[in-house]
Design a protein around this ligand. Structure first.
Ligand SMILES: Nc1ncnc2c1ncn2[C@@H]1O[C@H](COP(=O)(O)OP(=O)(O)OP(=O)(O)O)[C@@H](O)[C@H]1O
Ligand SMILES: Nc1ncnc2c1ncn2[C@@H]1O[C@H](COP(=O)(O)OP(=O)(O)OP(=O)(O)O)[C@@H](O)[C@H]1O
Length: 532
């Protein structure tokens, strides 16, 4: 695949997204595309799959070639057999009703014979670890289950090129590893080319042959990951650690970092994390069970959330995190057990009362946006929350700077749109704030701001609960972590304990420096102390 001198913007009075950008992805190569939130990653991927500029509008100059031939005249539908594409919102791309139908759909369009279709569907179900979901209605799948089906559905036709937009954003850490290992196998064994955009670089950099970073001025820097990451505006914790310690070359794997870090911790005073005094219990469940027909999503859960603290819910895809949040909020009906939020059973409250007590940012956050401009959304949020004018806008600016207030929310990038919803919900600052996978599309600076904002809310006496797969975010924000498996609580306690119990949930600094070190910030602080 080759982008030849591509220049693009969304219209006369918008900033150039791409300025004479060149990029090649060779046969059998995996290239990671990175950059700040809203910089233009999805736009670049859209040029390859044909959605840009055909369906987005905008002004384009340049050429896109696959196998040496220009594909600019081919609409997305006709590019699909050359380029398998999975977007940021996998469910948006579904065209059928069930998992098996979705996996077979691409092959049907290309006229495969039934026996081959059958075999490939089975292979793909196994490859992605979802055979038990084969007959399920796509709409009833959890976020991560949907993402796996979406990835599977483009693999079945064995396209030569895969274009994936944040393919691990809804996946649990183990599933993310598995999916990337599968992709790498296709790249190595079958010569498939992969271009993937991702914010969680710690997950993908170890698999990257090359990296491409959009710098925000329309330019694209392409090269060896180690070189590109030297001064990239976004970098995984290992690289931040290497930068803080002046390591050269920069470590890209935990193994390399461990070698570089020998003897380091003896010289540093480990961080002391103050036990946050647990406030009053504000949310309590007793033997809570939630079933959807035969599927028991939450089973016998006893949970207590404290005012003044941030709790993270972790656990495999489909382990019941979203269901638990919606049941605490009161919208999903429980099968058995009890829930109280600030003393009342949310099921007995009106929808408005529930929202006022328990703010929930859903996994598909865009559902909450309905006005014509960012400015109107912000103004309305201020009014509803009886907050002073400009509160929501200021919060948004802190999370992701520079969003045009006149932009239509539909035209925002994924991370920008999520930030807008976060700003709206956090403006109203209800007693309990629940966030379902709130780091999709967010770059490292935005995640760090979000962690600070949640901390401030907790310090202000609110209860914060976050369902997420982002172990680095958990390490930065959570006082307590609760791990679910098949709807049951299997582990709960201070994050410093829970996150280090299992390698799947351990942040990179823990793997390199040991259980005392949850974040690179802690290392920076200890370094400053040691240097006096
Ligand atoms: N249809 C559109 N019309 C106008 N502006 C748009 C449109 N689509 C995207 N934009 C703007 O173009 C910029 C790039 O968006 P894009 O979705 O490519 O970013 P991204 O790097 O993929 O972001 P994220 O990290 O949040 O996924 C953003 O500032 C966005 O607001
Ligand atoms: N409407 C429904 N009908 C049937 N099963 C459902 C329905 N909604 C969810 N489920 C199932 O319940 C289980 C728990 O789903 P839930 O969305 O709570 O998981 P999760 O931990 O949030 O997953 P993820 O990390 O992938 O977002 C999953 O197996 C899911 O497929």
């Amino acid at each position: 695949m080759e982008l030849r001198s591509c220049t693009f913007d969304y219209g006369e009075d918008t900033r150039p997204i791409l300025d004479a950008v060149d990029l090649t992805v060779e046969e059998g190569e995996l290239v990671v595309l990175a950059g700040r939130t809203g910089v233009g990653k999805s736009t670049l991927l859209g040029l390859v799959n044909g959605l840009v500029p055909k369906f987005t509008g905008g002004r384009f100059r340049g050429d896109v070639l696959i196998d040496g031939a220009s594909v600019m005249h081919l609409p997305p539908r006709e590019r699909a057999h050359l380029v398998g594409y999975v977007g940021q919102d996998p469910a948006a791309g579904f065209v059928t009703d069930t998992v098996e139908e979705e996996l077979a759909y691409g092959m049907e369009q290309l006229g495969y014979d039934p026996a081959t279709m059958r075999r490939r569907v089975e292979e793909t179900l196994d490859l992605l670890g979802i055979p038990e979901l084969r007959a399920r209605d796509l709409r009833t799948l959890s976020g991560g289950q949907q993402q796996r089906v979406a990835i599977g559905s483009v693999l079945t036709t064995h396209p030569r090129m895969l274009v994936l937009d944040e393919p691990t954003s809804a996946l649990d850490p183990t599933a993310a590893e598995d999916v990337l290992a599968t992709l790498t196998r296709l790249v190595h064994d079958l010569g498939v080319s992969v271009l993937l955009a991702e914010h969680r670089l710690e997950r993908v950099v170890p698999f990257a042959d090359r990296m491409a970073v959009l710098r925000g001025d329309g330019s694209l820097e392409v090269g060896d990951p180690r070189e590109v990451l030297l001064d990239s505006p976004v970098a995984p914790p290992l690289v931040e650690l290497g930068r803080a310690l002046g390591w050269s070359p920069l470590p890209l794997s935990v193994r390399e970092a461990r070698r570089a870090a020998r003897g380091l911790t003896e010289r540093l005073t480990p961080p002391v994390v103050p036990e946050t005094a647990a406030g009053k219990v504000s949310v309590r469940t007793r033997r809570l069970t939630v079933a959807y027909g035969d599927v028991v999503a939450v089973r016998d859960v006893d949970l207590e959330l404290h005012a003044g603290s941030v709790t993270c819910l972790m656990g495999r895809n489909g382990s019941g995190k979203s269901t638990l949040l919606w049941t605490l909020q009161g919208s999903t009906r429980r099968t058995a057990g009890s829930v109280t939020v600030a003393g009342d059973d949310p099921a007995t409250l009106s929808a408005a009362e529930r929202r006022a007590r328990f703010g929930l940012v859903p996994q598909t956050a865009a559902d909450l946006l309905y006005l014509e401009t960012v400015a109107e959304e912000c103004a309305t949020a201020d009014r509803h929350a009886e907050a002073s004018a400009g509160t929501c806008r200021a919060l948004l600016e802190r999370l992701v700077p520079g969003i045009d207030p006149e932009a239509h929310p539909r035209d925002l990038s994924e991370g920008q749109r999520l930030s807008l919803v976060l700003a709206i919900v956090l403006t109203s600052a209800p007693g309990v704030v629940a966030l379902d996978e709130p780091t999709r599309g967010l770059d490292y600076p935005a995640k760090s701001v979000l962690a600070t904002v949640l901390r401030e809310l907790a310090d202000d006496g609110r209860t914060v609960v976050v369902a997420t797969h982002d172990v680095e975010f958990v390490a930065a924000v959570a006082d307590r972590t609760v791990v679910l498996a098949e709807g049951q609580v299997v582990s709960a306690g201070p994050t410093a304990k829970v996150a280090v119990e299992s390698p799947a949930f351990a942040p990179q600094t823990v793997k390199v420096l040991g259980p005392a070190w949850l974040t690179v910030d802690q290392v920076r602080t200890a370094l400053d102390t040691a240097r006096g």
